[in-house]
Design a protein around this ligand. Structure first.
Ligand SMILES: Cc1cc2nc3c(=O)[nH]c(=O)nc-3n(C[C@H](O)[C@H](O)[C@H](O)COP(=O)(O)OP(=O)(O)OC[C@H]3O[C@@H](n4cnc5c(N)ncnc54)[C@H](O)[C@@H]3O)c2cc1C
Length: 282
């Protein structure tokens, strides 16, 4: 079963090694596309693993610098020990951010399930007071996100707007695609109008076209937003946007802990589920 899933995972991840991610970033850079590299892993079980995560990110930032690829990094706080304590994951994140500052690079915080939303925001806001070079993902499927975006705008935050990829209860999350999309559009416009850095992280062409129209109408400066997509999804669209002169960044995951990320990607596309089921019963 894991072998079968790895066949599908290969579409969405650069590989298991850091060098795979650097290679993927180099290839995308040659097409005029920037990268955000994510070392896969989440909900680690020991503090030693959290330390290993930090070490890997430091090597990653070093290698981004020495290889000359244009890539930011993206991380999850539960990969840095948030399940043990906020303080541990905050300290670990600070070590990575300081290395990124040395290289004039940026660190993006992914947003995990709603069990971590408040803590991720709190840590981000505390670190943002000390470090300018960090951004945070906000999920449009969460009903709380409008208030969070308002707060983040007031803190000068860079926001990566996403729809959200975790299973969340009805009381706190929009379930209908229409509501999630409407929320995305509303938050996207709030962010763009604020002048804070906005990453429009979606493959949804209707929303991308609406973003382009709004940007044109409001004369939003090119340097204050970018389009972001995941590795392996809508490659032609990524290239097309870059050719049109927009800043485009591809999120490149790599690492041995590829399963949870891959499952989230498979759940988004029912053809993938059919593929797994067909092959199990073949
Ligand atoms: C840069 C980036 C960072 C992200 N970070 C986070 C995060 O921190 N936290 C979080 O919860 N989520 C994150 N996500 C995932 C996001 O929440 C969505 O789950 C994902 O992007 C799919 O939603 P969509 O906006 O593309 O819209 P959808 O309406 O789901 O998809 C639009 C179209 O994109 C294509 N598509 C979408 N998903 C797939 C897929 N898996 N395989 C093949 N085609 C697909 C299909 O053609 C689909 O019709 C991130 C996404 C991006 C692009």
């Amino acid at each position: 079963m894991k072998g079968l899933l790895f066949i599908l995972a290969k579409r969405y991840i650069a590989g298991t090694e850091r060098s795979d991610a650097i290679g993927a970033a180099r290839q995308l850079n040659s097409l005029g596309i920037l990268a955000a590299i994510d070392h896969l892993g989440e909900n680690i079980k020991t503090k030693e693993e959290a330390k290993e995560t930090v070490t890997e990110y430091l090597y990653l930032l070093d290698e981004i610098k020495t290889s000359g690829v244009n890539a930011a990094v993206s991380l999850k706080l539960t990969h840095l020990g948030l399940d043990f304590s906020e303080a541990l994951s905050e300290e670990n994140a600070a070590v990575i951010i300081e290395r990124a500052i040395r290289y004039n690079n940026t660190v993006w915080f992914d947003m995990e399930s709603s069990a971590y939303t408040q803590r991720t925001l709190d840590i981000y806001i505390r670190l943002k007071r000390r470090y300018p070079n960090i951004g945070i993902a906000v999920q449009s499927y969460l009903k709380r996100s409008e208030a969070d975006v308002k707060l983040l705008i007031s803190k000068g935050a860079s926001v990566r707007l996403v729809k959200g990829a975790y299973k969340e209860p009805l009381e706190i999350a929009f379930k209908d695609k229409k509501d999630v999309d409407e929320s995305f559009e509303r938050l996207m416009k709030m962010m763009l109008a604020s002048g804070n850095m906005t990453a429009i992280a979606t493959h949804d062409e209707r929303l991308i076209n609406e973003a382009k129209r709004f940007i044109e109408e409001k004369k939003i400066p090119r340097g204050s937003f970018e389009f972001e997509m995941l590795l392996g999804i809508k490659r032609t669209l990524q290239k097309k946007l870059a050719e049109e002169g927009y800043q485009v960044r591809t999120y490149i995951p790599y690492g041995k802990d590829w399963l949870p990320y891959t499952i989230r990607r498979l759940r988004e596309r029912k053809e993938n589920i059919y593929f797994v089921v067909r092959n199990i019963f073949d």
